[in-house]
Design a protein around this ligand. Sequence first.
Ligand code: UDP
Length: 330
Amino acid sequence: MNVLVVGGAGYIGSHCVRQLIAAGHNPVVLDNLVFGHRAAVAGDVPFYSVNLGNESEVGKILRKEKIDIVMHFAAYAYVGESVTDPMKYYFNNVASTLHLLRCMIGSGVKKFVFSSTCATYGIPEKMPLVETMPQAPINPYGQTKLDIENALKSFASAYGLSFAAFRYFNAAGAAEDGSIGEQHNPETHLIPLVIDAAVGKRENVQVFGTDYPTPDGTCLRDYVHVDDLSRAHIAVFEKLEKPGTALFYNLGTGTPTSVLEVIHAVEKVTGRKVPYVTGPRRAGDPPALYADSSKAKSELGWEPKYMTIEPIVATAWKWHSQNPDGFKKK
Ligand code: UDP
């Protein structure tokens, strides 16, 4: 398949590009490099730096590269910022995606794989989460993803678009060979912050809340390896052959891991003490989020290779130790 990977220079997109190559597909990357890293994409992969609002340019790329399927990873994903600057999130995550979809449908490219999120569930009443549970996001970021899920449903029935929306839990880890990994600016994600504290790049890491109704009082999350996520995106291709197909899948391991367990895993993997301080809860953090991914397992044959936190952290550590200053500028 010729696959346009929108956001292919970002964290999950760049890992997916490598998995696509390994599976014998032909990825083409489109990334405006606002958050992506040019160096995260191998030099022989066709690369376009274009904004999605430029439908005529995007249409040209779809035709020139004979694209069969589009994967869309490009989005702003800072929950706190989405609360203070929702305009930015609705324009980038909703309006830009609508441009992309209009352009695809107009060009006859009707297969789409979309990065959604467990943040569309809001504060769930029950755990683990299954796809049929109510979606009630509690911040604009989650809402923008849900808005696109809903648009996709309408587009599937009206225009014959076939799509899969994957609701990610906490993407984590890095490529097994340590060549690419997670690098956000600013960094807000737990594992890279804890590693930075372990190596002394940060004075400490703050644990957001120790009074949650969880075994150790800290939040439980479902950390899923970025390469496992990527494999699901490729496994779904054959399900998208029939026009009008609409698919939703949770992607997580189902293993709840607390903030303190992440810190201890980093200590074990790195052999260093992690300086941490405890602080108040972060607004908008549900106490626990973890997935029931049995739908992806039964329908796609998807099983995460990494089921526990330590091996996931080990890959993040390998990336960090091989690239202490992050991606090289290209
Ligand atoms: N967290 C924390 N300190 C930090 C960053 C995150 O205690 O400096 C916690 C956060 O409250 C959440 C978990 O770590 O329970 C994962 O947070 P992250 O931002 O990595 O992902 P999220 O779950 O928000 O998507």
